[in-house]
Design a protein around this ligand. Structure first.
Ligand SMILES: Nc1nc2c(ncn2[C@@H]2O[C@H](COP(=O)(O)OP(=O)(O)O)[C@@H](O)[C@H]2O)c(=O)[nH]1
Ligand SMILES: *[C@@H]1O[C@H](CO)[C@@H](O)[C@H](O)[C@H]1NC(C)=O
Ligand SMILES: [Mg+2]
Length: 439
């Protein structure tokens, strides 16, 4: 009893009553704080749902800024809750700092044409390419779409990119079928081709895509800022660490077009493509096509190379060999050149992109094989790559170990030396086997 009251009195004697100076100083602060809180509560409660949402986002981005400034959030780019412009700007500032690292980079960008619903596949491709290559370089990413990208798509891909990410809407006139296409006849042709069970024969949007990739992607204004592009598709995988910067190889070795897989095209999708090409070769009359050093022999002829067993019977001289364009690294100045544009315009006027279903792969491949010196085309032998249903995996065991590849060269999906592949023809009639020579 005694002890407790002693403690109580001790405690009571320790209580400090504020002196008049303390009150003079703290009272205005207290009033200010009350007013501030009051105003905040009042304004917040009168905000609409979406305004509240934006305000919360703002707060989060400020908190994020505070945390990064204090180095509490290492390397994190975005808060978890926001589709806010400011946040993306903030992410860009962080990115800009990273980009100032003194890595030698080429004037190049990674490029993906993609639909909103393919987001998860897009992220998987990005993750793979970032880990295997771009995390060291921070090249920009450009995303193109014929409809506006959703905020979710923009936010997620911006976060995944180690470089700047740009998202753009393709103008309708660059995407939809051109005026020379007769819509009734197109409908008729689509019906016939879908009944015949031709791959994507029923799809108009696939035709738009192939037409865009053949003649319009390189005209998009944003690409004027670059010399090289690296095409990426959703849902692909890069199996190995890149042993080099492929853009740097392209630049230093004066390459204009690079590929990893070459296959045979389905002839039903391009019944009259080759006759249009032959017509163009005649019209050109050696002006832009130099038969003495191009890869014409790679895309024509049906002689058996090596132990190839299947003989491809086609109705014309084109042997259906093409570079698989879902992976391609190209010099934009080649596609922007008069030579390519004239070639494309000639084909476009024929209507085959729509009345048949000409793919961008045979079109790019034939153009590169005719218009370029064959030594300006490079096969990237050291890059492991998968796009369903095929892949390419380096054959060298040493390379598989060095580049930490995750693939089995003995698998039946490993396409390079199978009969569907044109790689052997490339070695014989293209610029030869350059494995480890060019780098
Ligand atoms: N924005 C957009 N992209 C498309 C459309 N159709 C295809 N693509 C893209 O074009 C590329 C090729 O299409 P994909 O479906 O992969 O065809 P496949 O590889 O030939 O089976 C991919 O990057 C797709 O995301 C479309 O209608 N709109
Ligand atoms: C990159 O390439 C584009 C297109 O050729 C060119 O206009 C631009 O000046 C180049 N930028 C740099 C930094 O070299
Ligand atoms: Mg694809």
């Amino acid at each position: 009893m005694l002890i407790r009251s002693k403690l109580q009195s001790n405690y009571a004697s320790k209580i400090m009553y504020p002196g008049k100076y303390t009150i003079i100083i703290s009272l205005p602060l207290l009033i200010f704080w009350l007013l501030y809180t009051y105003k905040y509560v009042i304004t917040f409660s009168t905000l609409s749902q979406s305004e509240k949402y934006i305000q919360l986002s703002d707060e989060l981005s400020h908190r994020y800024e505070f945390l990064t400034k204090n180095k509490l959030l290492h390397g994190s780019k975005l808060p978890s809750f926001s589709f806010n412009e400011d946040v993306l700007k903030e992410a860009k500032l962080t990115r800009d700092k990273q980009l100032q690292q003194p890595t030698q980079r080429e004037n190049a960008t990674l490029l993906m044409l993609v639909r909103n619903w393919e987001l998860s596949g897009a992220l998987r491709s990005m993750r793979s390419l970032e880990d295997r290559f771009n995390a060291q370089y921070h090249y920009d990413w450009i995303f193109m779409n014929d409809v506006p990208f959703t905020p979710e798509f923009i936010e997620a891909t911006t976060s995944m990119a180690s470089g700047n990410a740009y998202h753009m809407l393709i103008p309708t006139e660059d995407w939809d079928c051109p005026e020379n296409i007769d819509s009734d006849f197109l409908k008729e042709r689509i019906d016939i081709m879908s009944e015949a069970g031709i791959l994507y024969g029923q799809s108009k949007s696939y035709r738009n895509m192939c037409h865009f990739n053949s003649g319009y992607f390189f005209r998009q204004e944003i690409l004027n800022n670059y010399d090289y592009y690296f095409r990426v598709e959703p849902g692909v995988e890069y199996f190995c660490d890149f042993p080099y910067d492929p853009f740097q190889v392209m630049h230093s070795k004066n390459k204009k077009y690079g590929f990893v897989i070459s296959l045979r095209e389905y002839e039903q999708t391009i019944p009259t493509l080759w006759e249009s090409v032959e017509e163009y070769i005649d019209i050109d009359d050696g002006e832009t096509i130099d038969m003495s050093n191009n890869a014409y022999d790679f895309i024509t002829g049906d002689d058996i190379v090596g132990n190839d067993r299947a003989i491809y019977v086609t109705s014309n001289d084109y042997n259906m060999c093409h570079f698989w364009t879902n992976f391609e690294i190209g010099d934009l100045n080649f596609f922007r050149s008069d030579a390519y544009l004239q070639f494309f315009n000639h084909l476009d006027a024929k209507g085959g992109f729509y009345y048949e279903r000409w793919g961008d792969a045979p079109v790019h491949s034939i153009a590169a094989s005719l218009l370029l010196n064959k030594d300006e085309i490079i096969h990237f032998d050291e890059i492991g790559y998968h796009h369903a249903p095929y892949f390419t995996c380096p054959t060298s065991y040493n390379l598989i170990l060095n580049q930490r590849c995750l693939c089995d060269p003995a698998s039946s999906q490993n396409i390079p030396l199978q009969t569907l592949s044109c790689l052997r023809r490339w070695w014989k009639y293209g610029s030869g086997k350059t494995f480890m020579n060019e780098i």
